[in-house]
Design a protein around this ligand. Structure first.
Ligand code: DX5
Ligand code: ZN
Length: 221
């Protein structure tokens, strides 16, 4: 618990943990459960050792739950080559990794020029300082709390100092955590400065997603 927080914590189900045979139902399930946004993990098998969704899934989400914003996390070696496609598909926010092989400043400017919110992502072992030059260009920061690529991994507490440093450097910026977020880890992340909470297995694995979202929001308040 962090006492009086000006910002209401946001909870984002990660579609990676959904039943892949029923994606439309699983997207509606997140909307009906009161999710703030839908987190869509995009992986190219190069930047991370796994493959996942493309723009068609973002388009599906925009069609079946138009009021649920699409938070698109690009785990791509060359995210700059795909920005138009995801913007056109209906992404609300597009997030690129600071470690990706592209001109990060140009990618962030392009995301905003395409009418989307721009987000910057840091891997667990990347120093918080790597984000600082980009702060004026971003609408949110995502601190990975696991190594990206797979759901269901344990939360890395080693990332908490980064959260504190990012919060200190950008007091008003939405700060998101992704990986291993559960009832056991959400409060610690919130105390370190996180305001947005991505959760895959904890939410899609819950019998009652609405209750689980409410519980995470409460723990993070
Ligand atoms: C990992 C992804 C996460 C993942 C989180 O590369 O970025 O969004 O789905 O899953 P959980 O909450 O199960 O750790
Ligand atoms: Zn993610």
């Amino acid at each position: 618990m962090t006492g009086d927080r000006a910002v209401k914590p946001a909870v984002l189900p990660s579609l990676l943990a959904a039943d892949q045979g029923r994606l439309a139902d699983e997207i509606r399930r997140a909307a009906d459960a009161g999710a703030d946004e839908l987190h869509v993990d995009v992986m190219d098998g190069v930047f991370v050792p796994n493959l996942s969704f493309g723009p068609a899934v973002v388009e599906l989400a925009a069609r079946v739950a138009p009021d649920l914003p699409r938070n698109v996390h690009l785990m791509l070696a060359h995210p700059d080559r795909r920005l138009e496609a995801f913007a056109r598909a209906g992404a609300t926010t597009v997030l690129v990794h600071v470690e990706s092989s592209c001109f990060v400043e140009g990618a962030l400017r392009r995301i905003r020029a395409l009418g989307c919110r721009a987000g910057l992502v840091l891997n667990p072992l990347t120093p918080a300082a790597a984000a600082l030059p980009y702060l004026p260009l971003v609408d949110e920061i995502l601190q990975m709390t696991v190594f990206p690529g797979f759901g269901g991994q344990p939360f890395m507490r080693e990332t908490l100092p980064n959260l504190r440093a990012l919060r200190a450097a950008a007091p008003a910026l939405p700060l998101m955590v992704d990986g291993g977020v559960t009832r056991a880890t959400a409060a610690g992340a919130a105390a370190a400065g996180a305001t947005k909470f991505v959760a895959g297995s904890a939410l899609y694995g819950a019998a009652d997603m609405a209750a689980e979202i409410a519980a995470l929001r409460e723990l993070a308040s």
